[in-house]
Design a protein around this ligand. Structure first.
Ligand code: GLN
Length: 461
């Protein structure tokens, strides 16, 4: 990811990226194009290079920023009406680190409002379309980011993954998407969804690019006390021998193409001499229910700050303070946001706390134990990311439960806080991309990214 060979310039890279972004306007990838600032930055970088000055490891590389990262360039909307007139006073830690290395943000990418969703159809600005098929969803919530990389508009994009929002759109669009170990990258300056499962990560077309982004963006941050000490840059790649397959996920609820993709990769690994181990992880069947209790509880709390006074949008019809709260929230949130606020307040209410929230937390501990146990037997686990390839726009958006069911294989990983990478794994007969996820124990991120190359085949792209 460098322009140091001088065969091109930052300005031409940025111009090219902006042109491509405009060419794909119908896909609704960006909520804002950062044209002026991006070109200004690119010019500065070219001037530095001409003067022979040091430039960063990402000098002149255009990228897309999911619009829930605070940046001083353009407004941060989280694709929600309620944040629409909000201008961030700071840059998030990730933006700061990327830009210190010379990366150039060419636009802010569309998402499900507040990252609530699995298709990017819950955006106030309308859905993003799949890179390969205009009638299908991009996946979500980081749909804009995934499609911007899949269509080669940018070399990488940022994402957030609370329950699959990086991995699922990566698999729907045939690229790499990485959710690191919880706490590896600072969440400072990112619009919070569920603080105990939110992770920052990236979309790329290679594991080498992903590794570089991890080297740059991981590390302890005094502004996010859940960040881990700087383990990533100190990690060494370890030897891998055993790969686990979860028997509980091999069932008729998973599309045959995805089961086939898994079988093919298992054969590939066997042919390379890796040992395949069948795992029983029965507690995972509770993960979806646990997730849709714990996450709404945290969502309700994190979204309580949007009151029509402190940030962004305020209803013009409000006549008194109560009405400012009620009408601004009523008009400003999307229905999926409201659904989660209601579920969250319900499971936290005094009459139901023990029956729902407390029980879900106990089940979460069981899920964590189950992963610990699995990783005492295997180095990594290979599983589907979601039960289906990209579905049709409109197919599930009015049926929240069927949308939630799409998350059944991605959410357990967030509850356990372990790292997981979506790897491309071929296509359906119609040409829709398929992906699988490689899951590792906490802090195995570096080895995981390196091992993923063992799964790579020509037919994947
Ligand atoms: N699809 C999941 C949800 O709607 C995950 C979202 C995310 O990771 N931000 O909760």
């Amino acid at each position: 990811m460098k322009i140091a060979d001088k065969t091109t310039s930052a300005v031409s890279l940025v111009k090219e990226a902006l042109e491509k972004a405009k060419k794909y306007e119908n896909k609704n990838i960006f909520v804002f194009l950062n044209e002026e600032n991006a070109l200004k930055r690119a010019k500065e970088i070219d001037e530095k290079i001409a003067r022979g000055e040091e430039v960063g490891r990402l000098a002149g590389v255009p990228y897309a920023l999911k619009d829930n990262f605070l940046s001083k360039e353009g407004r941060t909307t989280a694709s929600a009406h309620i944040l629409e007139p909000f201008e961030a006073p700071i840059n998030s830690t990730t933006v700061k680190k990327l830009e210190n290395e010379g990366a150039i943000m060419i636009g802010r990418a569309n998402l499900d409002a507040f990252a609530h969703g699995s298709s990017t159809e819950n955006s106030y600005f309308g859905p993003t379309k799949n890179a390969k098929d205009d009638e299908r969803v991009a996946g979500g919530s980081s749909g804009g980011s995934a499609v911007s990389v899949a269509l080669d508009i940018v070399q990488f994009a940022t994402g957030t993954d609370t329950g699959g929002s990086i991995r699922q759109p990566a698999s729907f669009n045939g690229i790499y998407g990485f959710k690191p170990t919880y706490g590896t990258i600072s969440r400072y300056g990112v619009v919070a969804m569920a603080s105990s499962t939110d992770c920052i990560g990236f979309f790329t077309k290679s594991t080498e690019d992903m590794d570089l982004l991890m080297e740059i963006c991981s590390g302890q941050d005094e502004n996010d006390l859940t960040t881990l000490p700087d383990y990533y840059i100190k990690s060494e790649v370890k030897k891998v021998q055993k790969i686990g397959i979860i028997k509980d996920f091999d069932n008729e609820k998973v599309a045959p193409e995805i089961r086939n993709a898994l079988k093919n990769k298992v054969e590939l690994l066997k042919s390379k001499g890796y040992e395949i181990v069948d795992l029983e992880m029965p507690a995972l069947k509770y993960a979806l229910a646990v997730y849709y209790i714990v996450v709404p509880a945290e969502v309700a709390s994190n979204l309580s700050r949007y009151d029509g006074i402190r940030y962004g949008f305020r209803s013009e019809e409000a006549k008194n303070l109560d009405e400012i709260f009620a009408k601004s929230r009523g008009e400003g949130f999307m229905s999926e946001n409201k659904r989660r606020i209601m579920i969250g307040n319900f499971v936290l209410s005094s009459g139901f706390y023990d029956a729902y929230y407390l029980k879900a937390q106990k089940a979460r501990t069981k899920i964590i134990e189950e992963y610990n146990n699995a990783f005492s037997k295997v180095d990594f686990i290979l599983t589907p990311v979601s039960p289906n390839p990209a579905f049709k726009l409109g197919e599930k958006v009015n049926d929240p439960v069927s949308m939630y069911l799409e998350d059944v294989m991605s959410v357990p990983i967030n509850l356990a806080g372990v790292p997981s990478l979506t790897v491309p794994a071929g296509k359906t007969e119609e040409g829709l991309p398929l992906g699988l996820q490689l899951v590792g124990p906490r802090r195995s991120d570096k080895t995981l990214l390196s091992f993923a190359n063992e799964l790579k085949e020509e037919s994947d792209v």
